[in-house]
Design a protein around this ligand. Structure first.
Ligand code: AGP
Length: 607
């Protein structure tokens, strides 16, 4: 949830830290701070608000060559100057930044207060700083190790000390930390975006591991001081992929990237001639996977909507009983995991705390676990038995868009992969794969005619309640369209299986209420037309998502946004596009911060 950056080397640290913080701001932003180490002192500057507020307080000319920086999304203590990171120990010579939650912070705080420690903040992070200060006797690495043995909870921390000004000590338990390896310098970050400008050579720190970094040396150990050998890996994303590339917002860039991101997602994975799917990440477990008696999908938010499409796909194509569970519910409902159960986690970031916890619970109960994740090397990808990456590139906008279509596409590939090993005929598979391979090209015109989505937003963005209705494969899309509108324009919207409207929500319909109806050609079309009539007879205003050439629906709807025809199981990849654009334009018209919506962060790494 928070952003972490660290630098130790031969160059001035401050410009590197500030650039890193600006790239991390989307991860969590209600306060920020910097600590710089020089022989004899640690200087800390921190404040509530945006990075720009912090920058005004800094002397950007200082030449210190080691330091750490942090952007915060508050979990313990309000977003104030005092609660901002870094936090100091009582001597003022040790500074700590932290991403995660310390679960025994109250007990440790009480213990330290009895030792005479006086706390200045409400944060759990200050408890770590004070604890390290208590143990410090000239060896920072050892003091951090001792302190962390007293701590329970999750952390990604970085620590500097006035008495060891060219050392950064870092440790990870449940919150991501990446080490950048440069020429006579090392960097540290909570995600690659913050350090990619300086190196693409990285090491992913694992849970229970520590790093001691100096300009010329890097020592990796476990918390028990056992040396750890790790490979240096190449980050696959280029910096320009992260930049805005001329778009006003990352979200619009990522909506418009979907044809190319989907091509990347499918690349090398489908064989049209053979009608087969190749998924290298599943090769070692395909036999066990094909014999699965039950599949449980688990995820949060948009990823949960993609997983719900996956549920329909797996039962439809592979005929494997499949259910979809919110990760936060799965882990506490005493789920039945028996022999032959596979738990599949879907996540863009691979760092969502609830999803990781659900997966850990599934493993504990003996399930085989799979991951469908975008961020390479993220925690989820290292916890699962196997998995398939999205390969849609970095998603910076807090509202997930290209990750959704990437998740649905990968789940479609897995469903076909399994189906071909069970009952799906080569002809059916070839037809499915051919239709899937057409989707990127079919998406492109939808992104050229954005003016209709803009017109819908202009007409209805002043309305405070919307309904989204869909059936079958488009029911999860109705949920996703509603979530997009809610999270970036702050308009209340509800997604429903269309038939459920008459069981209560129809009472909500008032004159002119915007009701988005996904009524594309297919098995549910006639039923959707009946739902449209029910809405219209109560004065609702219909915004229809329909299949190219459907003129009938135009007689019943105030607005019709057309999408190309495709197989029903693949329609979500197209019907979601106009809904993303409507939400985007509504947010812009309402003056909302599209890429950094209030109260939200890109990766929810706390429960
Ligand atoms: C979607 O637009 C939201 N940002 C949020 O619901 C997100 O999908 C959810 O937090 C899951 O994130 P993940 O895919 O990184 O696990």
């Amino acid at each position: 949830m928070c952003g972490i950056i660290g630098y130790v080397g031969r160059r001035p640290a401050l410009p590197i830290l500030m650039e890193g913080l600006r790239r991390l701001e989307y991860r969590g932003y209600d306060s920020a701070g910097i600590a710089l180490a020089d022989s004899g002192a640690v200087s800390v500057t921190k404040s509530a608000g945006r990075i720009s507020v912090l920058e005004q307080q800094l002397d950007l000319e200082v030449a210190h060559t080691a330091g750490v920086g942090h952007t915060r999304w508050a979990t313990h203590g309000a977003p104030t100057d005092i609660n901002a990171h870094p936090h100091l120990d009582g001597s003022g010579r040790i500074a700590v930044i932290h991403n995660g939650i310390i679960e025994n912070d109250r007990a440790l705080r009480t213990y330290l207060e009895r030792q005479g420690v006086q706390f200045t903040s409400e944060t759990d992070t200050e408890v770590i700083a004070q604890l390290i200060g208590q143990f410090y006797d000239g060896n920072l690495e050892q003091a951090v190790r001792q302190a962390l043995h007293e701590v329970t909870g999750t952390y990604g921390i970085a620590v500097i000390c006035a008495d060891e000004p060219d050392v950064i000590v870092a440790a990870r338990q449940g919150s991501p930390l990446i080490i950048g390896v440069g020429q006579n310098e090392h960097l540290l970050a909570s995600d690659a975006a913050a350090i990619l400008a300086h190196t693409s050579q990285v090491i992913y720190l694992g849970d229970g591991e520590m790093a001691r970094m100096t300009p010329d040396d890097l020592r990796l150990t476990t918390l028990d001081a056992i040396p750890v050998a790790k490979d240096v890996e190449e980050i696959e994303w280029s910096l320009e992929q992260i930049e805005l590339a001329g778009y006003e917002h990352f979200m619009l860039k990522e909506i418009c990237e979907q044809p190319s991101s989907l091509e990347n997602c499918l690349r090398g994975r489908i064989d049209l001639r053979e009608g087969t799917v190749h998924l290298g990440g599943l090769v070692d477990c395909s036999r066990e996977l094909v014999r699965a008696r039950r599949i449980i999908m688990t995820a949060c938010g948009t990823a949960w909507h993609a997983a719900l499409v996956g549920e329909y796909l797996f039962e439809d194509l592979a005929r494997i009983p499949t259910e979809t569970d919110y990760a936060s519910e799965f882990r506490y409902r005493n789920p039945i995991i028996d022999d032959g159960t596979v738990v599949l986690a879907v996540s863009q970031s691979g760092e969502t705390a609830d999803t990781i916890a659900a997966l850990t619970e599934a493993k504990r109960r003996g399930a085989m676990t799979l991951g469908v994740v975008n961020v390479v090397g993220s925690t989820l990808t290292r916890e699962t038995d196997a998995g398939v990456y999205l390969h849609v590139g970095p998603e910076i906008g807090v509202a997930s868009t290209k990750a959704f279509t990437g998740q649905v596409s990968v789940l479609a590939l897995i469903a076909c992969y399994l189906g071909r090993r069970k009952h799906m005929s080569p002809a059916a598979a070839t037809q499915f794969i051919a239709a899937l391979s057409q989707i990127p090209e079919q998406m492109s015109p939808l992104l050229e005619h954005v003016d209709h989505a803009k017109a819908v937003a202009q007409r209805y963005s002043g309305r405070d309640n919307w309904l989204y209705l869909g059936r079958g494969y488009n029911y999860p899309v109705a949920l996703e369209g509603a979530l997009k509108l809610k999270e970036i324009s702050y308009i209340h919207a509800e997604g429903l299986p269309a038939a459920e409207m008459k069981h209560g929500p129809i009472a909500l319909i008032t004159e002119g209420m915007p009701v988005v109806v996904i009524a594309t050609a297919g098995s549910q079309y006639d039923k959707m037309m009946s739902n449209i009539s029910e809405v219209r007879s109560r004065g609702g205003s219909i915004i229809a998502i329909a299949t190219d050439g459907d003129r009938e629906i135009a007689k019943l709807a105030e607005h019709v946004l057309y999408v190309p025809d495709t197989l029903e199981p693949l329609q979500p990849l197209l019907t979601v596009i106009p809904l993303q654009l409507i939400a985007y334009h509504a947010a812009v018209l309402r003056g909302c911060n599209v890429d950094k919506p209030r109260n939200l962060a890109k990766s929810v790494t706390v429960e």
